[in-house]
Design a protein around this ligand. Structure first.
Ligand code: ADP
Ligand code: MG
Length: 591
């Protein structure tokens, strides 16, 4: 006897529903997205018992014909794409034609709908995929869909729902994701007969304020600055919070082509842009809207996933960070000079560490470049090999307009070094300056296999997950070049016996973990890419901490070394290292 048979549609739909409709919030998302795809300008959401008993969405969109009303609940029934090619130019929110089929498989659905050109509307009632009623009715233009007793026929799902409070929070979260990209559409959200949100049509700012501008959320748009960048690849608009208004708990929203997305890598770009501006554990709130050619993002995303893959993430990372930075720069008092930077937009450096990094014992004679023994008092062995690298870089390679660093007045105020130069006052960020110097140095060492290793007295053990092991193996030759001495101990661990001389006073495990993290998150796949990540991570970790008080000779040393670099004004990821306040600007202040 043959034992294979095709599943009835109702069962197939119920299985599919498990993927698309996991909880009331996913159902709400699908319904509201349909209303928006139908061009609605007003959407009402009515919920009972956090969506368990009732989820109703009423819109004034284009409605459906009698035939379409019936077809809409079939699997793979959609009006939004016709052929595979359409997938690459998608601008609607839905396209799979799965949502209504899935919803009606696991709930009792009643829908009335009418198009403007029709005199009468259609009422259709479906219980667990069975059409129980379809008739002509009188109703307003648009669609009114009522989903009752969600998961009435899937007790397991019902059981897995969380408390009403949690499910309501999930509903609202989904709702926010949508309403924030459709400010021109009016929304209401009613729960158990109480109006939770009443959002009139308006601008993006008004919408943000309407959703979050209450004492509980405390997000007021007057605390934000605009971000606005237009490039061939992507347009980035939105609002980012002024650093002094940041809080511990932030509202962080990315949208792409009218769709909410999570994007940990881009989040890092925003955080990087704020580096040094926020108190430890404070997070920037932001609402950032990307617009990009749909062909440059992966549309074949799972309906419940909010992560989106971009074709050119590294470039967008750079653009995003630069635009947030620019937005913050416009607002801060510090003068921002746009130096002419050529070709130094590059792989990002890891983010700045919190301002006060307890790292080195303060030593008044500490010179980051010469007095190695003072930085690493517990290491007696002299370090050879790396100081000589900079011997060759002398005044001949300095930028012609740089002051004579040996004699120019130089002092530290707060976190910055000030230097009197011919064109005005130079402001220098010591941590970034030092990191830039070290970055160049590490890149040199990698290119010429000149790393300097320092043996550890007590080897340490680095344990890794399988993917970490693979990654480590891939970059192992370069890690060895730069000065790590690593021996595999077991299938999931390495013993660290030596480290690059420059980081000898740091605990080696986090240093290596950070390198692996950077290589992984930046998706570095070529040697050139991961070398940059290795160098950037090490430089960041080895650089003097921000805010450290420097002696005169330390300052001069950093500045001399910095100005010997070809691109000394900005870091590899576009952050300002040196800023110039011209004499003209100074005199304006006294005008
Ligand atoms: P998808 O949105 O992926 O096309 P759905 O199952 O969500 O699939 O909806 C199927 C079809 O039903 C849609 O393509 C659309 O034509 C129609 N539809 C659904 N909801 C509405 C609505 N609120 N107004 C008008 N048409 C709708
Ligand atoms: Mg849909």
């Amino acid at each position: 006897m043959d034992i294979i048979h095709l599943l009835p549609d109702s069962v197939a739909n119920q299985i599919a529903a498990g993927e698309v409709i996991q909880r009331p919030a996913s159902c709400l998302k699908e319904l509201v997205e349909n209303s928006l795809d139908a061009g609605a300008t007003r959407v009402q959401v009515i919920v009972r018992d956090a969506g368990r008993t009732l989820l109703q969405v009423i819109d004034n969109g284009i409605g459906m014909s009698e035939m379409d009303a019936r077809l809409a609940f079939e699997r793979h029934a959609t009006s939004k794409i016709r052929e595979a090619q359409d997938l690459f130019s998608l601008r609607t929110m839905g396209f799979r034609g799965e949502a209504l089929a899935s919803i009606c498989a696991v709930a009792q659905v009643e829908m009335t709908t009418r198009r403007a050109e029709d005199e009468t509307g259609t009422l259709i009632e479906i219980h667990g995929s069975d059409v129980v009623r379809q008739e002509v009715c009188s109703c307003p233009v648009g669609t009114n869909i009522k989903v009752s007793n969600l998961f009435f026929n899937v007790p397991v799902r019902r059981k897995f729902l969380k408390s009403d409070q949690t499910e309501l929070r999930n509903l609202l979260t989904e709702f926010y994701h949508i309403v924030l990209v459709y400010p021109k559409v009016a929304f209401t959200f009613v729960h158990n007969d109480e109006i939770v949100l009443e959002l009139p049509a308006g601008t993006e700012k008004q919408r943000i304020e309407a959703v979050f501008g209450n004492p509980k959320r405390n997000v007021y748009t007057s605390n934000f600055v605009d971000v606005n960048t237009e490039t061939d690849l992507v347009s980035i608009r939105g609002f980012v919070i002024k650093p002094e208004s940041a809080t511990r708990k932030a509202e962080q929203y990315f949208f792409v082509n009218g769709r909410y997305m999570r994007h940990p890598y881009f989040l890092k770009a925003v955080q990087n842009a704020y580096s040094g501006m926020l108190t430890a554990d404070y997070q920037p709130s932001f609402f950032i809207y990307f617009d990009i050619n749909p062909e440059a993002i992966d549309v074949n995303i799972h309906p419940t996933k909010t992560e989106i893959k971009f074709a050119d993430e590294q470039t967008i990372f750079q653009i995003l960070m630069a635009s947030v930075r620019e937005a913050l720069g416009k607002f801060t008092l510090a003068p921002q000079i746009d130096f002419d930077t050529t070709g130094n937009i590059d792989i990002p450096l890891p983010s700045d560490r919190p301002v006060e990094r307890p790292q080195v014992n303060v030593d008044p004679h500490y010179n980051p470049f010469h007095t190695r023994g003072a930085i690493y008092p517990d290491r007696q062995q002299p370090v050879k090999g790396w100081e000589s690298l900079y011997e060759g870089l002398s005044s001949t390679q300095k930028n012609p307009s740089t002051p004579n660093i040996d004699s120019a007045p130089m002092w530290q105020h707060g976190r910055y070094i000030f230097l009197s130069a011919d064109e005005g006052l130079l402001l220098i960020h010591p941590h970034r300056a030092h990191a830039a110097v070290l970055y160049a140095q590490f890149m040199e060492q990698l290119a010429h296999a000149q790393g300097a290793m320092q043996q550890l007295l007590f080897p340490e053990v680095l344990s890794l997950q399988p993917d970490g092991m693979i990654l480590l193996e891939q970059i192992l030759p370069d890690l060895r070049t730069i000065g790590f001495e690593l021996e595999q101990l077991s299938p999931d661990s390495y013993s660290i016996q030596g480290v690059p001389a420059q980081i000898v006073n740091q605990s080696p495990i986090p240093v290596l973990e950070d390198i692996l993290h950077q290589v992984r998150t930046c998706g570095a796949s070529t040697q050139e890419q991961w070398r940059k990540q290795i160098a950037a991570s090490l430089a960041e970790q080895a650089a003097i901490p921000s805010g450290k008080t420097l002696t005169d000779s330390e300052m001069r040393d950093i500045v001399t070394r910095l100005m010997a670099l070809p691109n000394y004004r900005r870091t590899a990821d576009g952050k300002t290292i040196v800023s110039l306040v011209t004499d003209e600007e100074l005199s304006k202040r006294f005008a």
